[in-house]
Ligand binder design. Structure first.
Ligand code: ADP
Length: 174
């Protein structure tokens, strides 16, 4: 399982994988951060398809085509806004990863990339978010998933280091 999770720094819109995950908001109508970057790189067809979806609740995921992206699909998930940790944020964030993995499998995806969901405008602390990302993905892959590779794509070197440490810790515990 360990080799199937890769932590890297980079721009997720450039990833050559079957699906990239978007950290969207409940409207699915675009926003800043990684959401804005994905819509810019995909082109206007993505927003048109998102409009037809009618939004997505926090902790859920919806799949669209990837349009001009190298990725065939975009899986839009809505992370929780950080409110201090006592408002079910951890469960909701884990659910984002879990539901995105399920959506990917339903579309025959073998390789996919996640951004660090909720850690930008939504304010989730990076170390806690990294633990949840690694644990949820690792558990899912260990359960007979046909997904071959999951890339955790961080936008800064600091985030990359924190995610790499979480992955190393997880592997050490197993
Ligand atoms: P959220 O609202 O879920 O916090 P953001 O887009 O504000 O979403 O941030 C989520 C994470 O995505 C942050 O860690 C941010 O640095 C990162 N990010 C922003 N642009 C990109 C990109 N092009 N590729 C990968 N990660 C990105």
């Amino acid at each position: 399982m360990a080799g199937r999770i890769v932590v890297k720094a980079g721009d997720i819109t450039r990833e050559e994988v079957d699906a990239i995950v978007n950290a969207a908001n409940e409207s699915l109508l675009g926003g800043g951060g990684v959401d804005g970057a994905i819509h810019r790189a995909a082109g206007p067809g993505l927003l048109q398809e998102c409009r037809r979806l009618g939004g997505c609740p926090t902790g859920e995921a919806r799949t669209t085509a990837g349009y001009a992206l190298p990725a065939r699909y975009v899986i839009h998930t809505v992370g929780p806004v950080w409110r201090g940790g006592g408002a079910g944020e951890a469960e909701l964030l884990a659910r984002c990863y879990q539901r995105s993995l399920e959506e990917a499998e339903a579309h025959g995806v073998r390789t996919m990339a996640f951004p660090a969901i909720s850690t930008g405008a939504y304010g989730y602390p990076l170390a806690e978010a990294a633990e949840i990302a690694v644990r949820t993905v690792a558990r899912h892959l260990a359960n007979g998933s046909p997904i071959e590779e999951v890339r955790l794509v961080c936008f800064s070197e600091t985030a990359r280091r924190i995610f790499a440490e979480a992955l190393a810790r997880h592997c050490g515990e197993r």
